[in-house]
Design a protein around this ligand. Sequence first.
Ligand code: ZN
Ligand code: ZN
Length: 282
Amino acid sequence: MGAEERFSSMECYICTECGTQYSETANPPDNCTICSDERQFVNHHGQQWTTHHRLKRWFRNTIHQQGPGVIGIGVEPKLGIGQRALLIRSKHGNVLWDCVSLLDDGLAELIKAAGGLRAIAVSHPHFHNSMVDWAHAFECQVYIHAANRPWVMRPDSSIRFWEGKQTELAPGMTSIHCGGHFPGSAVLHHDHDGGELFTGDTFYVNGDHRSITVMYSFPNYIPVSAARVRLVEKAVESFEFQRVYGQWWDAVIPNGGKDAIRRSAERYVSAIEGKYDNQPVR
Ligand SMILES: [Zn+2]
Ligand SMILES: [Zn+2]
């Protein structure tokens, strides 16, 4: 899977560090735009590449229920930054929230038997992995906010760049533009069971499953400004929701999600304005 493996044909190369797939080229790109970004990092062993075809030989998809009508889809062994997607079932069709680098044949059959996909919506560039392969397999579109267009490494007619504050993916399913982590960071609201919010890294569910944070970079611990946190929180203010599905497996606030976001934003702003700075500043 590493640099020692020879590549010899036109391929859509995938960065092994972040899982992003690139447009077809004869040789792997010199570097990965996503990993080179200050929000991510290049592995200290150096840049390595693979392809979807090779992943199918050595990796497999896993599925675990994450909530009522919500099925998590991952990859084993761990790939990229350990992304998992969420398959949201609804009477208006299935929507895939975020994406993973592998779609193995068994999972493709399973999803087709369950009605296929109505749409794919991706929160931000750390999930811009094999989304075009997924869109082709299920003949659907990938919804990405237009402000994240610069980080789409495999442009394709299946990608639908949307603009403005929100867009409807299906009745009762709305993607909302929040910004923060990336300029086009978006969340998905599902008007179901008291309201559900799917957030990717936009609202990062903390280990207590009762609070969230908002960051410019998670691996490098770079915060956003107080003003930005308020804007990100405000973007979801008019939506009602209880459950918040965050960024990783089981990162779920089971209820009181809207209040958790409000309280966390308040805490964040007061921290960044010095509330916990209890030593003299000279
Ligand atoms: Zn990368
Ligand atoms: Zn991210």
